[in-house]
Design a protein around this ligand. Structure first.
Ligand SMILES: [Mg+2]
Length: 282
C-alpha cells in the first residue's frame, strides 16, 4: 500500500479509500418540508433566543413579533398541544415574553418544566454550590463595565455581549468556579454568555421527559435550536428517530439539518402550519 499527497497537502490512502476521514458535516442538509414524513405525527420543540427571536444586546431587550405569537398558537393547536419551548430562560421569563400565550415549556436547560396541565415542575436539585458563588460573580459584574449577571435561580449566567473584549476573562473566571464546585455543575457556553448550571439536567433530558408524556408520546420529535446548549437535544432527537435542525450556517453540529437564520425558522413554521401534514394520523 502506498500513500500520495492530495491537492490540499493531506495524505490519502489511494488503495484504501475507506480509511479516508469522513467529512464532519456530511449529513447536514438544508431543511425543507420534503424531509418531514407526511404520515408521521410530529412533536415540535423550539429553542427561543437565536431560533424564534433575534438575539439582542441584553436578554430583556429581545423583540417578540406579534405575528409570532399567533403562529405558535396556531401550530400548537394543530399539533394537539405537542409543541414546547425549550430554553435557557426561566419559564416565568418565557411567559412574560410570549404573554398572553402560555405554551408547554422547559426552562433553565431542563431544570424547570411545564406540561399541558399547566403545572410547573422544578427538578429537586441541590443548589447550595450556586448560592456559594453568586456574590463572587456579582462582584465581578459590578467591577467590569458591560458585564451582566443573570440569576436564573437554577443557574448563573454571565453575559458579555456588551463587553466582548472580556470574553477570555469571563471564561477563565467561570471555568475556575465550576472546577471548584465539582461535577454537580457544568460550564455552559453560549453566544456571548458563560453559564454555570447543574449537570443533572439538559435540554436533552427535557425533550426525553416530554416525549414520555401525552400529547408528545408516540410522536416523532422535531427540534430546532441555534447554540451549543441545543446539541444535547439534537442528540436525543436523533436517537428517537426525529429531525434535528440547527439555525446558522457555520458551527459544527450533531443536527442533521440547517436553517440559515431566524427569519427562515418563521417561514418554515408558517409553511408547516398551512400544510395538512400536521393533522394526519400515522
Ligand atoms: Mg438559542
Amino acid at each position: 500500500m502506498r500513500r500520495t499527497r492530495s491537492y490540499a497537502g493531506r495524505e490519502d490512502w489511494i488503495h484504501a479509500p475507506r480509511l479516508r476521514p469522513k467529512p464532519i458535516r456530511s449529513k447536514v442538509l438544508r431543511m425543507s418540508h420534503d424531509a418531514v414524513n407526511r404520515k408521521a405525527r410530529w412533536a415540535l420543540f423550539l429553542d427561543v433566543d437565536g431560533t424564534l427571536l433575534e438575539l439582542a444586546e441584553t436578554p430583556e431587550s429581545v423583540y417578540v413579533p406579534p405575528e409570532l405569537r399567533s403562529l405558535l398558537s396556531t401550530t400548537a393547536s394543530r399539533l394537539e398541544g405537542a409543541l414546547a419551548l425549550v430554553s435557557g430562560r426561566t419559564i416565568a421569563d418565557l411567559d412574560r415574553l410570549f404573554a398572553p400565550l402560555r405554551l408547554c415549556a422547559s426552562g433553565v436547560h431542563g431544570a424547570e418544566r411545564r406540561g399541558p396541565d399547566g403545572r410547573l415542575i422544578r427538578e429537586p436539585l441541590d443548589l447550595s454550590g450556586l448560592h456559594s458563588v453568586r456574590e463572587e460573580l456579582a462582584a465581578y459584574a459590578r467591577s467590569h463595565q458591560g458585564i451582566l449577571l443573570e440569576d436564573k435561580g437554577y443557574a448563573l449566567a454571565v453575559h458579555f455581549r456588551l463587553a466582548p473584549q472580556l470574553a477570555d476573562s469571563v471564561h477563565a473566571l467561570t471555568k475556575r468556579i465550576v472546577e471548584r464546585l465539582g461535577p454537580q455543575y457544568v460550564l455552559q457556553a453560549g453566544k456571548c454568555v458563560y453559564e454555570i448550571r447543574p449537570s443533572a439536567t439538559t435540554k436533552g433530558t427535557a425533550v426525553r421527559t416530554f416525549m414520555q408524556q401525552s400529547p408528545f408520546l408516540a410522536r416523532q420529535p422535531i427540534y430546532i435550536g441555534d447554540d451549543v446548549t441545543d446539541e444535547d437535544a439534537f442528540e436525543t432527537v436523533n436517537a428517537l428517530g426525529g429531525i434535528s435542525i440547527r439555525v446558522g450556517e457555520s458551527a459544527p453540529t450533531r443536527a442533521t439539518y440547517r436553517l440559515a437564520r431566524v427569519a427562515d425558522v418563521h417561514k418554515w413554521l408558517r409553511e408547516l402550519s398551512v400544510e395538512s401534514l400536521l393533522m394526519r394520523g400515522p
